[in-house]
Design a binder for this molecule. Structure first.
Ligand SMILES: C[S@@+](CC[C@H](N)C(=O)[O-])C[C@H]1O[C@@H](n2cnc3c(N)ncnc32)[C@H](O)[C@@H]1O
Length: 419
């Protein structure tokens, strides 16, 4: 019999990697709600949260699990938003949230209502602007997906967040992620998985492709040995990131694959799938604001995954101040290069769409690099130059003033004036 990795009956233990993941999850949900309720004219926001591997809601040491993190963050954030709105003389925003909490373990689903009850009670208090409806289901995620969709569609929710916090790698199909991403207007998905199991699986399913990807590490499919020494090597992190990204990249327009930073090695990955570049931008910023929770190995700058192991020029990026310094050095060149590829102008919206299919630097660093560059200008829709980084808007145009010294690969134009 397969041993269950979570013993909800005796109270489950919260692992170090889950602690990091919870920190990012809570921070992202807060930023997501702030972003979606930003428009002062908006008075109602409707959201469905599907926690497909919800667990029991609380750990042995009293720490909250993902269902409680979602519910508490929702209540606190909307309370804070409405406080600010009231101070500013603006109308409050009401939020209607459907939470679907599912787990295959009957003990976990038995504990869930008790864990979430205080949040439901809080949502029913007279001054609460949150209506919280919770549906509890028990079953294997893949077998339950249609039932989740029926609940979401029945309530006509167009904003959905899925949290797919599986154990291992095999409980969520890639095709399911692709289907969910397209299911309603705005879908975001968090997926956790154990990377060794995924890479072993891929090495059997796609041996030739995986062999090429693992070559720089001296690993051969069929003889994969994920020793502690291997999974703590920086090159392992860079290579695994590329394998994971290639595997999932077709499932959603914006896919972010990063390992959870853990002293025992980069074994667990926490991924974010989204349909819109703004979601990617916010997620990137949350990672930088919670540095060292996740780890990346490769490039800093605009395109963090375009690192070639053969050049051996990558470095460890922990989203902290040292990593941001490296990104700031790289950004002016990366940005000028991207603009030059299309001529001398690019709309900011198009610029974001080109940048964000891959994970990238903090948006503040990107905006500051643009405004501080002697070669670049940002023009407002009326053609006036922008002066402040935080006012750059997606309707603006990025303009390259001078010819750069570098040569674009494949370009027939000679290099011009050096700057
Ligand atoms: C990592 S734990 C979830 C932790 C929870 N999301 C949290 O943050 O507190 C994974 C959970 O998935 C459940 N599980 C395992 N296989 C499943 C499946 N195929 N479908 C749904 N749940 C499953 C386990 O019972 C376990 O509670």
């Amino acid at each position: 019999m397969v041993k269950k990795s979570y013993q909800w009956g005796g109270g489950a233990t919260l692992g170090e990697h889950s602690r990091h993941k919870h920190k990012i999850l809570g921070a992202y949900i807060r930023r997501y709600l702030q972003e979606r309720c930003r428009n002062p004219h908006s008075r109602c926001f409707r959201l469905a949260v599907v926690d497909g591997f919800a667990g029991g809601g609380r750990y042995k040491d009293g720490s909250p699990g993902s269902p409680v993190i979602f519910a508490e963050t929702l209540l606190d954030t909307i309370h804070a938003i409405n406080f600010e709105r009231t101070v500013g003389g603006m109308p409050k925003v009401e939020v209607e949230c459907l939470m679907i909490l599912n787990d295959t373990d009957p003990e976990a689903t038995r504990q869930l209502p008790g864990a979430v009850a205080p949040c439901i009670a809080k949502s029913r208090e007279a001054d609460s602007a949150v209506t919280l409806r919770v549906e509890y289901t028990q079953g294997e995620f893949e077998g339950m997906v249609n039932a989740f969709h029926t609940l979401v569609a029945g309530g006509r929710y167009q904003n959905v967040i899925y949290n797919l916090d599986q154990c291992g790698h095999s409980h969520v199909n890639r095709t399911t992620i692709a289907r969910l991403v397209k299911s309603v207007r705005s879908v975001e998905i968090f997926l956790t998985f154990a990377v060794e199991a995924l890479i072993s699986f891929l090495s059997q399913k796609e041996p030739e492709r995986t062999r090429k990807q693992l070559e720089p590490l001296g690993l051969r499919p069929g003889a994969l040995e994920f020793t502690n020494a291997l999974v703590s090597r920086d090159e392992w992190l860079g290579t695994a990131e590329r394998v994971v990204f290639e595997h999932f990249r077709a499932t959603a327009p914006f896919v972010t694959p990063f390992a959870i930073n853990n002293p025992d090695g980069w074994r667990y990955w926490f991924m974010h799938f989204a349909c819109h570049h703004r979601a990617r931008q916010v997620f990137n910023n949350v990672l930088h604001d919670n540095s060292s929770a996740l780890a990346h190995f490769g490039r800093a700058g605009l395109h963090m995954l375009s690192y070639n192991p053969a050049h051996k020029d990558g470095s460890l990026y922990l989203f902290n101040s040292g990593a941001r310094d490296a990104a700031r050095q790289q950004l002016p060149d990366d940005i000028a290069r991207l603009v030059s590829e299309g001529g001398d102008t690019i709309g900011i919206s198009k610029f974001y769409s080109s940048v964000y299919p891959e994970p990238s630097a903090h948006s503040d660093d990107i905006h500051n690099a643009i405004l501080n560059s002697p070669d670049l200008d940002v023009l407002t829709p009326k053609g006036n130059p922008r002066r402040r980084a935080h006012t750059i808007s997606s309707k603006d145009t990025l303009y390259r003033k001078a010819q750069r010294s570098f040569h674009l690969p494949g370009s027939t134009r000679p290099q011009k004036d050096k700057i």
